[in-house]
Each structure stands twice: as structure tokens, then as C-alpha cells.
Design a protein around this ligand. Structure first.
Ligand code: GCU
Length: 338
């Protein structure tokens, strides 16, 4: 009997101890999750796929901001253009509907036309030249100036050089004549294609594949990672290395959201954006190579242009300089000498 009572007491005590430990863990977890509840949950728009360098840069940015604000600011990345096309995203950001994005300068220049000067065809002699300009006083000044349009420029991301790719080979300027060419939603890019003899058609990025597949356009233009990751190489089998533009990309924040943050959080966001850009630029170099390899392995034809032919392309687009940046000739000269 005594033995039985002993067992019963031991079991009862064990149950009480287990319940107490459980309650402690429960309250501890709850207390902890309460402490970590973010003050801000902000969305970030990206139109590339998940493993693309700019998306990975965005993930790094979000991770750094979360860490450095002790979990107070949580940024959620929405890739694959889930939040809309770049122009739709920019419009929403001007009114605070979306907090962050990474966009192509071609699109931001539609609302901040002074940016066009940084994407003029054949402006930079190579990638290093472009980075000297963007990392220097000119790049900083242009980042600051975007704020007048309800957008805060945070950092520059790499997007390499853009080339034409097509369903029939482009070996010379003559081959481009009369081709329907997809361009971004950018007046300057449309005029550039007209100057080269093509018929520009503005089509959003997500629809380029079907436009090529259905024969709505014969040609598009982009860097190697976009050509590969969007599978355009399956439908446009000729890639001509004319390197007509280097269009940088920007990480941006809505000014409406920015103005709600205190100065120290603004500084953290700025610093994290710049730190994430270093990673993106590194990933970019690798992805350019692997994307080219993937496309080449699939049997596409890569066309190199002679120096003389490239100069013909360059001369053909010179009218764009005057039309879009006639009042920024001093900046152009400065960039060219940088
Ligand atoms: C690049 C750029 C995109 C852009 C696309 C386009 O891929 O990274 O942001 O949308 O060009 O040609 O539209």
C-alpha cells in the first residue's frame, strides 16, 4: 500500500514538474516572439527569377536590415514580377504602395529623365569604366537626384552589357533593317532602335518570350543572364555581341515610406543596400559566364562584330545623344573622360 502511494506521489510530482516546465517554455517562447515582432513589414519588388543575382542581392539586403534593426524592420522580397511590371511598381512606389524595388535604370529614367545620360548607347568603354562613374561623384549625385520624383536611390546593381538576339542572324547593320525589335518601356531605347533601322515595340519583360515565340517580334536585346534565365535562348537562337548599352540597375525606396523612418533606420537601410550591392556585383560576374555557357551549350549561334561594324552601330545611334541629353553634354564629356 505504502509502496503504491509512493508511486502515485512520484507520478503526480513528475506530472506537475512536466506541466511547469511546459508552461515555462510556452511563456518563454511567447515572450520571445513578442520581442521579435517587427515594427515594419515592407515589400520589395523584383522582376527576375529567384536565383538571379539581383534577387539574391535583395535577399541579402533584407537579411542585413533585419539583423541590424534587431528584427524591427522585416523586408519581404517578391520576385518574378509578382507585384507588377517595373513601370507599375515605380508608379505605386511614388505613392507608397510598395516600399522597395530593384529596377532597370531604363524604366526609372521615364520618370527621372535626367538619368538617361547614364544609359546612352556606347557611352562606357567597358564594365570598369561604368563602375568608376557610378561609384564616383557622378553616380552619387544621380542617386541623390532621384528623390525629387518620390523615389530614394539606395545603391547601384550590375546588369552587364546588352546585346541584340534574334530569330535570324544579325551580322551587320543591314540585317537589322525592318526587324521588329522588342524594347523596354523606354522612349530613348525605342529611338535607339529606330536609329539603327529596326521597328521598336515596347513590351514588358515578362511577355518577351511569347512575343518572340509567336513571331510578334524578330529580335530583343538584353544581357546574358536575362537571355538565359527567361529562356529566350530557346526562341531567339542568334546572339550578336554588339554591346550597344550598359544599363545599370538601382535599388530604390519609396519616399513616402522613407520619410516615416527615423534617421538611424534610414542610415541602416542605405548601408545595407550598399553592402548587398557588393554581393550582387560579385554574383553578376559569375552568372554572366554560366548563363553564356548554358546558352552556348544549347547550340545557339554567337555572332562577333568586327570593330568597324561596331563603329557603324555606334555612329548610327549618335542622334539619341542630342535628343535626350542635349543639355547634359558637360556630363557626357565628364563621363567619357572618367
Ligand atoms: C534586364 C533588367 C530588368 C528589365 C529587363 C528588360 O533584365 O534586369 O529589370 O526588366 O532587362 O529588358 O525589361
Amino acid at each position: 500500500m505504502n509502496k503504491k502511494r509512493g508511486y502515485a506521489i512520484t507520478i503526480a510530482l513528475s506530472v506537475i514538474i512536466v506541466v511547469l516546465i511546459g508552461m515555462r517554455i510556452f511563456f518563454w517562447i511567447n515572450k520571445d516572439s513578442k520581442a521579435k515582432e517587427p515594427e515594419y513589414v515592407l515589400f520589395y519588388a523584383e522582376n527576375q527569377v529567384e536565383d538571379y543575382p539581383t534577387t539574391m542581392g535583395a535577399e541579402k539586403f533584407a537579411e542585413l536590415v533585419y539583423e541590424k534593426t534587431g528584427g524591427r524592420i522585416k523586408i519581404i522580397i517578391k520576385c518574378n514580377a509578382e507585384l507588377g511590371s517595373e513601370m507599375q511598381v515605380i508608379e505605386q512606389m511614388r505613392y507608397g504602395g510598395i516600399s522597395f524595388a530593384r529596377v532597370s535604370l531604363s524604366q526609372l529614367a521615364e520618370v527621372s529623365p535626367q538619368l538617361n545620360v547614364l544609359q546612352l548607347p556606347y557611352l562606357y568603354s567597358n564594365s570598369d569604366h561604368m563602375w568608376r562613374v557610378l561609384d564616383g561623384e557622378i553616380g552619387n549625385q544621380f542617386l541623390e537626384e532621384t528623390s525629387s520624383q518620390g523615389i530614394i536611390g539606395l545603391s547601384w546593381y550590375d546588369a552587364g552589357a546588352r546585346n541584340f538576339y534574334s530569330t535570324a542572324p544579325i551580322r551587320s547593320l543591314e540585317d537589322l533593317q525592318g526587324m521588329n525589335v522588342r524594347v523596354q518601356e523606354s522612349d530613348m531605347m525605342a529611338d535607339m532602335v529606330s536609329a539603327l533601322g529596326g521597328n521598336p515595340m515596347k513590351i514588358v519583360y515578362a511577355e518577351v518570350y511569347s512575343a518572340l515565340e509567336q513571331g510578334i517580334v524578330d529580335c530583343a536585346e538584353n544581357n546574358w543572364p536575362s537571355y538565359e534565365s527567361m529562356k529566350h535562348y530557346n526562341v531567339a537562337r542568334y546572339y550578336t555581341l554588339d554591346e550597344h548599352t550598359r544599363v545599370p540597375e538601382l535599388q530604390i525606396c519609396s519616399k513616402v515610406i522613407w520619410d516615416k523612418l527615423d534617421e538611424s533606420d534610414q542610415q541602416i537601410i542605405m548601408d545595407c543596400a550598399k553592402e548587398s550591392a557588393l554581393l550582387e556585383r560579385h554574383l553578376w560576374q559569375e552568372r554572366e559566364k554560366t548563363s553564356r555557357e548554358i546558352a552556348e551549350k544549347s547550340g545557339i549561334t554567337v555572332i562577333e562584330l568586327s570593330f568597324e561594324e561596331k563603329m557603324r552601330f555606334r555612329d548610327a545611334v549618335s542622334s539619341v545623344y542630342e535628343k535626350y541629353c542635349g543639355d547634359q553634354m558637360d556630363v557626357i564629356e565628364k563621363i567619357m573622360k572618367y
